[in-house]
Ligand binder design. Structure first.
Ligand SMILES: Nc1ncnc2c1ncn2[C@@H]1O[C@H](COP(=O)(O)OP(=O)(O)O)[C@@H](O)[C@H]1O
Ligand SMILES: CC(C)(COP(=O)(O)O)[C@@H](O)C(=O)NCCC(=O)O
Length: 288
């Protein structure tokens, strides 16, 4: 079994894929950096001993080294994946593909392996996809489908990543206000259109900024590609902004006489991308 690791700036997420059966973990585990020793315990509970680990890490070399050390005690070596000009069925338009956050890249690869949500309308061009990740940082990345013959299977779709946004995540925005102003508290509140107390003003302001960024990329895809994109969400900060993102998107869709579309939650897109890549690497090894 191959261990899959997504080391983010706040939490390390881990799962696995069995290359013989393509089976995946039933539950993803997540540890804060300070609790990384729990990874050692988790590896000990796996149904089969791990043969190797494939991961992404945007949390720096100390975290990478700590993970490698824990896994090496189980005779498991770790390979870290980075951004590439192309991997699987996705092309990367980043000026320096290796500088794109590897968690963003693998999450896009994970998204690109899913059946396209709109493919039942075979006569239309599949719409762009947006992955909004609300982690330590918020990232809003788009995938555009390139037409390539028979588009009835995810395998036959090729995507391009034209680029995406980075902004502080919801918790980081909140902490930045609390730590850098004299009067603002570490806000904890519901959100509303016209906030009437400080906590609510902050919570609503943050949700508005996050939703506004999602809407900006949604409108950009509509403008540049002529199709309303399908939005997917991930990341631990999603509950803090969900209501406002859905409200603003549905309001805009209504105003433009477009159908209101649900935002689909993806629990672990980076691990999904890593699983797809691990299976492909294993297949190539078996062929050689
Ligand atoms: N138990 C938790 N521990 C830490 N952060 C949490 C937890 N539950 C929710 N969160 C939220 O999730 C965010 C981290 O989400 P995550 O997707 O793991 O980010 P990253 O990939 O940057 O580590 C935090 O900023 C916080 O808002
Ligand atoms: C943007 C990020 C900080 C997001 O990290 P996260 O919030 O998931 O921990 C990370 O993907 C990163 O360090 N990216 C490198 C720069 C880039 O993607 O352009």
């Amino acid at each position: 079994m191959i261990i899959l690791i997504d080391a983010g700036n706040t939490r390390i997420k881990a799962g696995w894929v069995n290359p013989d059966t393509c089976e995946r973990e039933l539950t993803v585990v997540a540890f804060q950096h300070a609790d990384l020793d729990q990874l050692a315990h988790w590896v000990g509970t796996l149904p089969l001993p791990p043969t190797s680990a494939l991961g992404v890490n945007v949390a720096g070399p100390t975290v990478a080294a700590a993970i490698e050390k824990i896994l090496s005690k189980h005779n498991c070596s770790t390979e870290w994946v980075t951004g590439e000009p192309q991997t699987l069925n996705v092309t990367n338009a980043y000026a320096n593909p290796e500088l794109l956050g590897s968690d963003r890249w693998l999450a896009l690869l994970g998204l690109a392996q899913r059946p396209h949500p709109k493919l039942e309308h075979a006569d239309t061009t599949p719409c762009p996809l947006i992955l909004a990740g609300f982690g330590t940082a918020t990232t809003i990345d788009t995938l555009v489908v390139k037409k390539a013959g028979d588009e009835t299977q995810a395998d036959n779709l090729h995507y391009q990543f034209p680029g995406g946004l980075i902004l502080p995540g919801p918790a980081l925005m909140r902490t930045a206000l609390a730590e850098n102003t004299a009067h603002l508290p570490d806000a904890n509140s519901n959100t509303t259109i016209y906030p009437t107390h400080t906590h609510q003003s902050i919570a609503s302001g943050i949700a508005a900024a996050q939703a506004g960024a999602v809407l900006r990329q949604w409108l950009a895809a509509l403008e540049y590609y002529g199709l309303a994109p399908q939005v997917f969400a991930t990341g631990g900060g999603w509950p803090l902004v969900k209501e406002e993102v859905i409200r603003l998107l549905h309001f805009t869709q209504g105003r433009l006489d477009l159908p209101t579309t649900p935002i689909e939650w993806l629990p672990t897109p980076a691990l999904d991308g890593l699983a797809a890549l691990a299976l492909q690497l294993q297949q190539s090894k078996n062929l050689n």
